[in-house]
Design a protein around this ligand. Structure first.
Ligand SMILES: NC(=O)c1ccc[n+]([C@@H]2O[C@H](COP(=O)([O-])OP(=O)(O)OC[C@H]3O[C@@H](n4cnc5c(N)ncnc54)[C@H](O)[C@@H]3O)[C@@H](O)[C@H]2O)c1
Length: 465
């Protein structure tokens, strides 16, 4: 009788919930876990919301009370395409929860993800203090066998160290699993990246850990995502090697751009043609003001530091870092070549986030430009579709505007620093009329240069004479 009742209840749930838009067809009761995500930032929030969307019951925890309050009301603290809808949907269907009570959440779950930040420390090494604190908290709250996955980006040997910290605090010696599942999402398209990953990596030292992870990711694996099951050491290497390789590609094309300028070649033509070679690929072959964001700069530095400890000199990664560190200065020097002193020059900057489609300004090349230009006495008027507020946290006295055309009023130069699509839609005839000197520095080779020249603009870009 009870079995019949449970079956009917399940059937009812499966019929009614999808009709209400509460459930995905991939939802499978066989895969259900109670998941805690510790650290509800860019990575943790996307992970938690997407896992809930795949059918798990998830609690995202954070020490930031304001953030958790906001999320509990169905608002998200970051700008990320498609994320708000997934958060609201899974809050409504009861699969997604938010909490500041990390201890209770750990006690009530069987799977735990660690997604706290690992920012750059003073000497370039990864700062592991947040992750150490979380490992301590997990150790103290191990009331039964749980599986812990680290998603934060960490240097080689960190998972072993996390295990030591958990063990020191696990007074009852409760057994647990620990794996490393590096995250590869790109801000701006992180929901899409989570749902359709190029690959999923799990570093584990036993089958049970790897299987639990595969079980969580089953809908994505069924949809074709390749699963790479590796040792923990390999997974630690994969994450840093991936980010470093992409950084090398960016620095490489930036150096080629410099060379192109000298010989009268066009870097866009060069990048397109070399990118058609399948062995090279066209991604990350776009010249620019240097890579930024919360990952590449800190991860390449941490990789170099980690290698140093093992007596390895990563010359190519080091070269990429060195090249990158000169990019913003080169742009400012080009401006000085054009205008002489920049003191008192009114410069408009379009785009403040480190890339388009995100509000994240961490290590943004635009902010590096702002810093260098301010130090030279330039007067800056900035516009970003989303990131003005975050930029103001770094430079509180910056003039920011809500429309791109307002930032260029009477400007002597316009610098395009971040390639937001909306800049392609701007009425440049109107921009031309508003500017004092009709000079555009397109540091992303993004705008239609020929068209701008036809209007009468003087245009500077990268890798072209
Ligand atoms: N942002 C990305 O695009 C990206 C991509 C791949 C990997 N990663 C890696 O993922 C990790 C997280 O990055 P992020 O960008 O999401 O960081 P973030 O700074 O946006 O978020 C980290 C969150 O952790 C919270 N936190 C800190 N200590 C805590 C504790 N003891 N308990 C609970 N919460 C705590 C913070 O309040 C913050 O909300 C980093 O290691 C990063 O390198 C980031």
């Amino acid at each position: 009788m009870i079995k019949w009742f449970v079956e009917k209840l399940l059937l009812l749930q499966l019929l009614i919930f999808p009709a209400l838009g509460f459930c995905d067809p991939i939802f499978s009761t066989g895969n259900k876990h109670s998941v805690t995500v510790i650290g509800t930032g860019y990575v943790g929030l996307v992970l938690g919301a997407c896992l809930a969307d795949l059918g798990q019951v998830v609690t995202c925890c954070d020490v930031d009370k304001e953030k958790i309050q906001m999320l509990s009301k169905g608002m998200i603290p970051i700008y990320e395409n498609g994320l708000l809808e997934i958060v609201q949907k899974n809050l409504a269907n009861g699969r997604l929860h938010f909490s500041t009570n990390v201890d209770t959440s750990i006690l009530n779950s069987n799977v735990i993800f660690i997604t706290v930040g690992t920012p750059e420390g003073k000497n370039g090494e990864a700062n592991l203090c947040f992750i150490g604190k979380v490992a301590e908290t997990i150790g103290k709250n191990l009331n039964d066998k749980k599986t812990i996955f680290v998603k934060s980006t960490v240097p080689m040997g960190t998972i072993r160290w996390i295990k030591e910290v958990i063990d020191e605090n696990n007074s009852k010696q409760t057994p647990y699993n620990l794996g490393y599942a590096p995250e590869f999402l790109r801000e701006g398209s992180s929901v899409e990246d989570f749902m359709h990953p190029d690959r999923i990596v799990i570093g584990a030292d036993n089958d049970e850990t790897a299987n639990i992870f595969a079980n969580l990711m089953q809908p994505l694996i069924d949809a074709g995502a390749p699963l790479c099951t590796t040792s923990i050491a390999s997974a630690e290497m994969i994450k840093y090697a991936s980010n470093s390789f992409l950084s090398i590609k960016i620095s490489f094309i930036n150096e080629i751009a410099d060379f192109c300028e000298q010989i009268g070649a066009n870097v866009d033509e060069v990048a397109y043609a070399i990118g058609l070679d399948k062995r090279i690929g066209k991604a990350f072959l776009k010249p620019g003001p240097g890579y930024g964001g919360s990952c590449f700069p800190k991860d390449t530095n941490a990789f170099l530091k980690a290698a140093e400890k093992y007596g390895i000199d990563l010359k190519t990664v080091n070269a990429a870092v060195q090249t990158n560190s000169t990019r913003a200065l080169k742009i400012v020097q080009n401006l000085e070549n054009r205008f002489g002193s920049l003191k008192g020059l009114k410069i408009a900057i379009w785009g403040l986030s480190f890339k388009e489609e995100t509000d994240d300004v961490r290590e943004s090349a635009a902010l590096k430009l702002i810093d260098l230009l301010q130090k030279r006495g330039a007067i800056l008027h900035c516009y970003d579709p989303i990131a003005n507020a975050n930029a103001l946290k770094v430079f509180p006295t910056l003039f920011t505007y809500n429309r791109p055309q307002d930032a260029v009023q009477y400007a002597d130069a316009l610098i395009l620093a971040t390639p937001w699509k909306e800049f392609l839609e701007v009425n440049f005839i109107d921009i031309y009329k508003r500017m004092n000197t009709k000079f555009i520095y397109d540091t992303r080779n993004f705008l239609d240069e020929k068209y701008l020249r036809r209007i009468g603009f003087e245009v500077e870009s990268l890798g072209k004479k």
